[in-house]
Design a protein around this ligand. Structure first.
Ligand code: AHR
Length: 498
């Protein structure tokens, strides 16, 4: 049964920020050391960065990169990782030694090389409001005070101009070092926000939020007026202890609740009349949670085989299939629909672990999710417009928790361009087996190009010696009256109407 998709470009939903295509990199496993930062490697540049990884990051136009954590940051002291003397620290979050050879200056250099905004998450676990604001002094003051002078002495005459700062990570969670009660959280964030804004009033501040009213209301009532963002995180296929990736159909069940947190936080912001002032930064998200057994638990692993080597399972490339690509496209579509209040989203992480790029000694693998970012960043428009469908096909799929979920099988998003005519439409067919015909009425003749991301099965993936997922391009020429298109099962499609 074909579905007619009526696009109404005159009904504008909003202008999306390019920061919806943001990313996150943490000092965890091989994201930094052995990942993007490999001094002396044949593929690394003079500053120690893997040039193949940098090029892949540039291709998806990373707009903002959050760093250094994540849980890592909640016992991290930034002063240990700047200047000529770097002392290794024991990373109490992930229970490994961090050489501290990659610190603030190296991170800012990375951001400059890929052309993105830096976004620093501060230590609100063992850290203090003063340590956070000292970090802002180091990065953003011209030369006043000892920290700006320290940056200059370290060879960086000009300020790093870090505009985005997050006060803490997930300090609400029992697993987080320095976890706080909602009352403690409100107080610390208030003091940190005050001190940071006394250093640099132009800094944009975020703090961790939840879809838990008690936590958020206390945070927002204490310091809503000091914040520009509140940060939410979500992973859907939870595997921290048991690395058992959900199959395709179960992953589609997760698409039913992609934006529930956004709805809940939006409601709280509106109730407090902060929805015009504070935006949501969905600054950690991924279909798949990271696998790191026996550290987010009370009983910690004793042997490294219990808690270190299992992390290599995140690197299994066959995990990242068309399920990941379809989910990622549905997430990006949902955030575009909320672009009036979601101003940033950060895929967690960009490199290795569950990232969209996988690096190995001889090169990189572009996983299925990478191609979704490549399609959206390079082909979708910046203005979200409305559409409506004559039918809403659904399917019943099994949820990981055992119940059945009815989900829409077609996920459509329409965009236009603020700088040129034309439209770009995302058309996602979530169905694992059935193709879906769509009909798009055309108000004027349009030159049509269709870019399809797919593999020969819903479980297709890319690996070092295997390309199972790729983008194919079809030029359909000029279409008049209507566009009829059949969407392959488990496929992500971008339809360009010029
Ligand atoms: O699994 C990775 C962790 O997930 C991040 O470090 C943290 O922010 C979130 O709990």
């Amino acid at each position: 049964m074909p579905v007619t998709v009526n696009i109404t470009p005159q009904r504008c939903i909003g202008q999306r920020s390019e920061m919806l295509y943001g990313h996150f990199i943490e000092h965890f496993h091989r994201q930094i050391y052995g990942g993007v930062y490999q001094p002396g490697h044949p593929l690394s540049d003079e500053d120690g960065f893997r040039t193949d990884v940098l090029e892949a990051m540039r291709r998806i136009k990373v707009p903002i990169l959050r760093w250094p954590g994540g849980c890592f940051v909640s016992a991290y002291h930034w002063k240990d990782a700047v200047g000529p003397q770097r002392n290794p620290m024991f990373d109490k979050a992930w229970r490994v030694e961090d050489p501290n050879t990659f610190g603030t200056d190296e991170y800012v250099a990375l951001c400059r090389k890929i052309g993105c905004e830096p976004y620093i998450c501060t230590n609100a676990g063992t850290g203090t409001a003063e340590e956070m604001s000292d970090w802002v002094e180091y990065c953003n003051l011209e030369n006043e005070g000892k920290y700006a002078k320290w940056r200059i002495a370290n060879g960086h005459e000009q300020p790093h101009a870090v505009r985005y700062w997050s006060i803490g990570n997930e300090n609400y969670g029992f697993w987080e070092i320095g976890a706080k009660s909602s009352e403690e959280w409100g107080r610390l964030v208030l003091e940190a926000a005050k001190m940071i804004s006394h250093v640099d009033p132009t800094a944009e501040l975020s703090a961790a939020a939840l879809s838990d009213p008690a936590w958020n209301l206390n945070l927002l009532m204490h310091c809503g007026r000091h914040l520009d963002w509140i940060s939410i995180h979500e992973y859907w296929d939870m595997m921290p202890e048991n690395n058992a990736p959900s199959p395709y159909e179960q992953c589609m069940a997760f698409t039913d609740r992609i934006d529930h947190s956004v709805h809940e936080v939006r409601g709280m912001l509106a109730a407090l009349k902060l929805d015009g002032k504070i935006k949501i930064a969905f600054d950690e998200w991924n279909l798949r949670s990271w696998h790191h057994p026996n550290v987010h638990t009370i009983r910690q692993g004793v042997e490294k085989s219990e808690y270190i080597t299992p992390r290599d399972k995140n690197d299994i490339n066959s995990t990242y299939t068309m399920a990941d690509a379809v989910f990622t496209a549905c997430f990006l579509n949902a955030m575009h629909r909320h672009c009036d209040i979601v101003g940033m989203a950060n895929f967690a992480p960009i490199l290795n672990t569950r990232g969209c790029i996988y690096s190995h000694d001889k090169g990189i693998v572009l996983r299925s999710t990478y191609h979704v970012f490549d399609l959206y960043v390079n082909h979708m428009g910046d203005t979200v417009v409305d559409l409506w469908q004559t039918e809403t096909p659904t399917m019943d799929v099994p949820h990981k928790q055992g119940h059945i979920v009815r989900v829409n099988t077609l996920d459509m998003l329409a965009t236009t361009f603020s700088d040129r005519p034309g439209m770009a439409v995302s058309a996602v067919n979530k169905h694992p087996d059935s193709a879906q015909e769509i009909v798009i009425p055309l108000s004027a003749p349009a030159k049509v190009t269709v870019l399809t991301l797919n593999g020969d099965s819903k479980d297709a993936y890319n690996d070092v010696d295997h390309e199972g997922v790729k983008v194919t391009r079809r030029e359909l020429g000029v279409c008049e009256g209507e566009l009829r298109l059949t969407l392959e099962p488990h496929s992500v499609n971008i339809i360009e109407l010029a």
